[in-house]
Unconditional design. Structure first.
Ligand SMILES: [Zn+2]
Length: 490
């Protein structure tokens, strides 16, 4: 009985014991539906002796609650319907010959909508359409084509040099990735993601975030990620600090091909080791030695998103953080950002994909009689609205928090049973102090936080040998930055 009590005290992720030995379900169904979740992980949480307070989910303040409540499923439906109406948005389809058909018409539609939203910002939101000509590549670009991104940028009031980007891709494809004449509605892939960028731009244009927020719709995703690559490289060339990037790609349906419904789960893909060549060889070697392979900036961002956006106000009961760059055989627009050195870049995708409804010509299958094609009828607009709320809660929580501390390192010069860290503050006002966070090395989430004050060096009475540490900044407004892995020796 005592073991039962211990487990029920510490294990929020564990299914009830009476569930054994029934067949396993999808792992995220084991999550509970509490408003406030503890991130303790049962096998290791009771050890070592706990120091600091237990980390729980962070609920939105009243301003954020109001913004979340403004996200409209019917607006999202209308944006998607408009995008589908262009027949195809294939990157190689017509650019300028029509206002009602092809990718050029879609580009101008999104641009006009974003500019309409920007009116409410009193000049703080600007909408640009950066583009370049992509030559034929012998692969998915058959002839030189303009790749144009729509970028709505809302300038931050306090820390405008710190950017957070959300993006969807407005181009589409059929079964043949180079067929630019087929009917290609792209309702799920990826009008759904574009609709989230648009709806959040509409809502945020009336707000005054501390940091700069970018709402993007890119082209060329299906053509080797060209549009996202162009955007990432443009930022890199201008030395822009993109402190976080989310791509929303295929976020439109909550129903799997067998009819299984997961309307309150969204998958969040976060890479472990940074891409080859981005991290120095010395840092990569150190990462392996100190056990930092699960603490890339993308993983820390993933943990941050779960902590700030999995709650009753977003309606998303389960943000299924997945330790992987992307699904097998697939890529996405976060990859060019990662390769450009923007290591806090992650991907949202619906819980169970139905491959009949993406990358398929619209048709009725001769044998099965099933409908194929990426059609609006398969979307769940309330689900997309919830995904939008997850994006908004996380983006706002990033924007309002201080910058994460820099140059975080651990003192590994002596054999001790405590742990000493140093770091540099971000060049910002509004920092109230810092917290050392830690978790058992087998725990997926940070479990404990130790406030250490407005300092740049701290010692805690937990052994560096036993747990994983991070450091995060706490603002005078109560918002907290993502943690930075604190395991690299200085
Ligand atoms: Zn896509």
């Amino acid at each position: 009985m005592s073991a039962l009590i211990l487990l029920s005290t510490f294990c929020f992720l564990l299914p009830s014991l009476s569930a054994y030995p029934s067949p396993p379900t999808t792992p995220w169904r084991r999550q509970v539906d509490n408003t406030i979740l503890s991130f303790n992980y049962c096998p290791a949480a009771p050890w070592p002796t706990r120091e600091g307070y237990t980390i729980t989910s962070r609920l939105p303040d009243s301003d954020l609650q109001a913004a979340l409540a403004e996200i409209s499923a019917s607006n999202i439906k209308s944006y998607i319907s408009d995008l589908v109406s262009f027949g195809t948005r294939h990157t190689l389809s017509t650019q300028n010959s029509s206002t009602t058909y092809g990718i050029g018409a879609a580009r101008d539609y999104i641009t006009d909508k974003m500019r309409t939203f920007a009116f409410a910002s009193s000049g703080r939101m600007t909408v640009t359409v950066p583009s370049y000509t992509q030559p034929a590549d012998g692969d998915r670009v058959l002839f030189p084509v303009r790749i144009a991104d729509i970028v709505a940028t809302l300038r931050g009031s306090e820390t405008p040099d710190r950017y957070y980007v959300i993006s969807g891709h407005y181009d589409t494809r059929c079964t043949d990735p180079n067929d630019y004449n087929c009917l290609s509605p792209g309702a799920d892939d990826d009008a759904s993601g574009v609709a989230v960028s648009m709806e959040l731009a509409r809502i945020m244009a009336t707000r005054n975030p501390r940091s700069t927020l970018v709402f993007a719709a890119v082209a060329g995703e299906e053509q080797n990620l060209y549009g996202s690559n162009f955007l990432a490289q443009t930022y890199k060339n201008a030395s822009v600090n993109v402190a976080g990037m989310f791509t929303n790609d295929i976020i439109g349906s909550s129903t799997g091909p067998d009819g299984t419904e997961e309307p309150h789960t969204i998958r969040l893909f976060a890479q472990g080791l940074p891409p080859a060549g981005v991290e120095s060889a010395a840092r990569a070697a150190s990462r392996l030695i100190v056990g930092g392979e699960n603490d890339s900036p993308a993983r820390e961002l993933g943990r941050f998103i779960v902590e700030t956006a999995q709650n009753a106000y977003t309606g998303m009961k389960n943000i299924a953080l997945i330790y992987r760059l992307d699904r097998y055989l697939r890529g996405g627009d976060h990859l060019p950002f990662l390769r450009a050195g923007y290591l806090s870049s992650v991907r949202f995708t619906e819980p169970i994909e139905d491959y009949r409804h993406q990358h398929q010509n619209v048709r009725i299958d001769n044998v099965t009689g099933e409908q194929y094609g990426d059609l609006e009828e398969f979307l769940d607009y309330d689900f997309i609205a919830r995904v939008g709320r997850v994006n908004l809660a996380a983006m706002w929580s990033l924007s309002e928090a201080p910058a994460a501390p820099a140059n975080v390192s651990i003192d590994a010069t002596a054999l001790t049973n405590n742990s000493t860290f140093t770091w540099l503050p971000g060049n910002e006002t509004g920092v109230a102090g810092y917290e050392v966070v830690w978790r058992p090395s087998v725990s997926p989430y940070w479990t404990h936080a130790i406030p250490v004050g407005l300092v740049q060096r701290a010692t805690v009475q937990v052994s560096k040998d036993d747990v994983v540490f991070g450091v995060r900044a706490v603002g005078t407004n109560g918002y907290k930055s993502p943690a930075v892995f604190a395991g690299f020796p200085g």
